[in-house]
Design a protein around this ligand. Structure first.
Ligand code: MN
Length: 263
């Protein structure tokens, strides 16, 4: 076996690699994106019992569930957005597997998002991250930490008369990450990769427009980003293989070295 893989396998077996769960539980109460009423809506998670060791199935328990492709902690494929509708390998069943396991850069915007719920991460903030942590490598997931995952219920979508209020990236920041850093995608703790007020940006929903137009992916409703180092962790995020699907709920994980563990 390759030496590196052999060492990784050993570290996993002995428990000296920590596996961080970046996923919220799928449950009916988990908030989903709310669009203006003239548009179609993403469905919440629903679950119904088929049998529970009873007359419907004496020795077994199972459920049926349904939800939208973009419900709960989920993956966005390039074909989710009109800019990526013709992207090669642009659906969840064809997205390159290399996008699903990749190094993570975690940009901590939690202080900014606490001060300003409409905080927009700009290129300046990314360059500040790189001054402290080194240049973002091509093929990385960039995860925008805002601690938004600690909110629940109505505070999570934070909908007001003028729409949702939640942090996200600036158009220029996404263009920079795509064109200058060649990331595999952007992950956020909010219900979308874009800020709540991104309909007013130029272009509207710039993260969706620029990421997916360039064949890049998205992760949303992530949790536990505060448990990841700025660099050095590895994201494992494999969506369901839905034929021509535009996204999927998934179990997003990150591997990181346990503090104090040596190689
Ligand atoms: Mn989505």
């Amino acid at each position: 076996m390759d030496d590196l893989l052999s060492r990784l396998a050993g570290r996993l077996a002995e428990g000296s690699i920590e596996i961080v769960d970046l996923t919220h539980a799928l449950e009916p109460d988990f908030p989903v994106m709310v669009l203006p009423p003239e548009f179609g809506q993403c469905a919440r998670f629903r679950i119904e019992e088929v049998s529970c060791y009873d007359e419907r199935g004496p020795a077994w328990k199972w459920n049926n569930f349904s939800c939208g492709e973009h419900t709960g902690t989920h993956f966005d494929a390039p074909n989710h957005w009109i800019s990526g509708k013709n992207a090669p390998n642009g659906s969840v069943d064809t997205v390159p597997l290399g996008s699903m396991i990749a190094p993570a850069c975690v940009i901590d915007c939690s202080a900014e998002a606490e001060r300003d719920e409409d905080y927009v991460m700009d290129v300046c903030k990314i360059r500040e991250f790189e001054r402290e942590n080194g240049r973002i490598r091509p093929g990385s997931w960039v995860l925008m930490r805002t601690d938004w995952s600690k909110r629940s219920g109505a505070d999570y979508i934070n909908l007001r008369e003028d729409g949702a209020h939640s942090p996200g990236p600036a158009a220029e920041a996404v263009r920079f990450l795509v064109a200058e850093r060649d990331i595999v995608g952007l992950g956020t703790e909010t219900v979308g990769t874009d800020a709540g007020q991104a309909a007013h940006a130029d272009p509207p929903y710039p993260a969706h427009f620029h990421l997916h137009g360039a064949g890049k992916c998205g992760l949303q409703c992530l949790a536990n980003l505060d448990r990841l180092p700025a660099t050095g962790s590895v994201v494992v995020a494999a969506p369901l293989k839905i034929r021509n699907g535009t996204g999927s709920p998934l179990r997003a994980l990150a591997l990181k070295a346990k503090t104090g563990a040596d190689s």
